[in-house]
Write a protein that binds this ligand. Structure first.
Ligand code: SF4
Ligand code: SF4
Length: 115
């Protein structure tokens, strides 16, 4: 059976789309609520960024003004690769972080633990 060039192109485009959606779904599911950036007071690496009330000086609305150059401690994937990879699977690490995000949103983190 001969496959037309048109079918090949369509096949490739569908796969490309699938690959893109797989890559997107494997990223950390950040909702961009900004709560982690409003609770940096117990993170030593971010002490110079603290406005004095636990809020990062680079938080603009809910977004990071220095996103491309933000410190490593603000990068979930980088932290996983460098410090947590031997202890957790990526899925578990994402899940733990997601639980912390949820606790931050509910205001349950102040008297709890920090990772
Ligand atoms: S608290 Fe979690 S969901 Fe909210 S901005 Fe931070 S990482 Fe994203
Ligand atoms: S540097 Fe950016 S990502 Fe890190 S705490 Fe500040 S606003 Fe949030």
């Amino acid at each position: 059976m001969e496959i037309s060039q048109r079918s090949l192109v369509r096949f490739w485009l569908i796969h490309k789309r699938l690959l893109i959606s797989m890559r997107e779904s494997s990223e950390f599911p950040c909702t961009r609520c900004g709560e982690c950036c409003r609770h940096i007071n117990r993170i030593p690496q971010l002490a110079p960024f603290d406005l004095g009330n636990g809020v990062c000086r680079y938080l603009q609305g809910n977004l990071c003004a220095i996103y491309a150059t933000r410190p490593e401690v603000c990068r979930v994937d980088s932290m996983y690769e460098h410090y947590f990879k031997t202890y957790y699977t990526k899925e578990d690490f994402y899940q733990i972080n997601t639980q912390v995000c949820e606790m931050l949103r509910k205001g349950q983190f102040e008297n709890s633990f920090y990772l």
